[in-house]
Design a protein around this ligand. Structure first.
Ligand code: MD3
Ligand code: FE
Length: 203
């Protein structure tokens, strides 16, 4: 099951379901070492999405701005290593969308409770825009907003459910995107939350 959103953005429906047990165990280990936290935007607001990271580089935000950091600012220690099951999943998903040899060095883990949202933004803190981004949705469904290269371009609404994997590259890499406020729901494995993994080549 593949849905093409535009030439360089593909939804692989249910792609991650087969690995769900290993993925959830890995998320538990990572968040034991580097707990989910609500980071501050440069403007001083607390984000509604709770975040943590694994891999050599982790995405962080605080009053100083958005950036990648090799150390978790909360512990002063490196982010937990990227589990093999994560690396393999990201690589396989990228390859099946036509991006061979994807080697992510960053995985941002976003946790949404009902009401949490991500406003329209571009991902442009990475060093190299040639690599794709792979995103894995888990838990209760969300509506993803897929916009254009300019903020004013009217976004497409794309429902994403448990196990869906999206690969964004090439011309789609710098499109604006976001997530509508999460509705209440219950997922048999994750309860009332949504978790999204975003794999990137950041360094
Ligand atoms: C489309 N997270 O963390 S990643 C983010 O559901 C983020 O938590 C979303 O956007 C979430 O920055 C989904 C999807 C994504 C990532 C990069 C993109 C979509 C993209 C780059 C270009 C276009
Ligand atoms: Fe993003």
């Amino acid at each position: 099951w593949r849905d093409e959103l535009c030439p360089d953005a593909v939804v692989l429906r249910h792609f991650a379901v087969a690995e769900q047990t290993a993925i959830l165990a890995a998320i538990r280990d990572i968040s034991d070492a580097a707990p989910f936290r609500h980071m501050l935007t440069p403007g001083g607001y607390s984000m509604s999405v709770a975040m943590t990271n694994c891999g050599a580089h982790g995405w962080v935000t605080d009053r100083l701005g958005y950036r990648y950091a090799t150390l978790d600012p909360q512990s002063g220690k490196p982010w937990p290593p990227m589990p093999a099951v994560f690396r393999a999943l990201a690589r396989d998903a990228a390859a099946s969308a036509g991006f061979e040899d994807f080697e992510p060095d960053a995985c941002l883990i976003n946790r949404y409770a009902p009401g949490a949202r991500l406003s329209l933004h571009q991902d442009k803190n990475e060093r190299d825009f040639a690599a794709p981004i792979v995103s894995v949705s888990l838990g209760i469904p969300a509506v993803f907003l897929f916009g254009g290269l300019q903020r004013r371009d009217k976004p497409l609404r794309v429902p994403l459910t448990h196990g869906d994997v999206v690969v964004w590259g090439g011309a789609a890499r710098l499109r604006y995107h976001g997530v509508l406020p999460l509705k209440e729901g219950v997922h048999p494995l994750l309860g009332g939350q949504r978790i999204n993994l975003t794999f990137r080549k950041a360094g």
